[in-house]
Design a protein around this ligand. Structure first.
Ligand code: ZN
Length: 277
């Protein structure tokens, strides 16, 4: 399979969910083997797991004192669309949250078009099982013919939130992603939202870009799809594992995943891919 990049530049603007400030991104085509790379104030920050500097509530990359937050939804859409190489110029310090899902990114990428490049994609075939646990979270990567992600959500205060969904990278992956995963919004619980606002966090959060859940069954706006929260976890996992900077062949089963453990899995796998790093 060949590497891909955008056929045209795309521009998106909007507030960041954490800073609340307006930002703008320009995603540009990039040469083969250059990878997905952010550019912040002239500093290049590769979208790779070894450049992650923070995983609290979103994934933040950094290099030489520059940072970019909330990269996961954009990276999720780029990865699924086969955009292996892209230069992402960021004005501001955060990727716009838009509607809290990956749908606006996906639509923009499809509109810009994705073209094949001359180089072959870098594949990573997992050869032996890798498992770790962290409190309620269990991350397990096992060898597989395809790339498959399975997420199970459970919540201590919300029994109805127990769900399990699987996403498989097939030949129709982009359409499947659009229908099943990309539309799923960022979510938070009502008690978390109060706490976040008190801490001065989630300054750009609103009912336009997040699903607020009041257990057992109250939602700030109607669900876009059943088990939307579980599907959003798959969206995030795809975006965080895009930090492997290659196309994996493995099955990942994640129970209660979050950015910290998604990135931890990516970092452990990256050591197998690039043992010298
Ligand atoms: Zn997310």
């Amino acid at each position: 399979m060949k590497q891909g990049t955008l056929e045209n530049e795309l521009v998106l603007r909007g507030v960041g969910i954490h800073t609340g400030t307006e930002g703008r991104i320009t995603v540009c085509p990039a040469p083969p083997n250059s990878g997905r790379v952010f550019e912040v104030n002239g500093t290049l920050i590769p979208a790779r797991a070894d450049f992650v500097v923070d995983t609290q509530r979103c994934t933040t990359l950094g290099n030489n004192g520059e940072r970019v937050s909330t990269v996961e939804h954009l990276l999720s859409a780029l990865f699924v669309c086969g955009v292996d190489n892209a230069r992402i110029v960021v004005e501001g310090s955060e990727i716009p949250i838009l509607d809290g899902s990956a749908l606006p990114f996906l639509e923009a990428v499809r509109l810009a078009g994705v073209g094949e490049q001359c180089a072959e994609v870098v594949e990573f075939v997992l050869e032996s099982e890798l498992t770790f646990t962290d409190r309620d979270c269990v991350m397990r990567a096992t060898p597989s013919e395809d790339y498959v992600l399975e997420v199970t959500t459970t919540f201590p205060n919300w029994e109805e939130g127990r769900a399990q969904r699987t996403f498989r990278f097939t030949d129709q992956v982009v359409d499947e992603y659009q229908a099943q995963i990309a539309l799923a919004r960022t979510f938070a619980f009502d008690y978390e939202v109060r706490w976040l606002l008190e801490q001065g966090l989630a300054k750009g959060g609103s009912l336009d870009n997040a699903l607020v859940i009041a257990p057992p069954a109250q939602f700030s706006t109607p669900l876009r799809i059943e088990a939307e929260w579980c599907r959003h976890k798959i969206l995030d996992l795809i975006g965080d594992l895009a930090l492997l900077n290659c196309r994996p062949q493995m099955r990942v089963s994640a129970v209660c995943p979050g950015h910290r453990n998604n990135v931890s899995l990516a970092q452990r796998l990256l050591k197998q891919i690039d043992p010298d790093d």
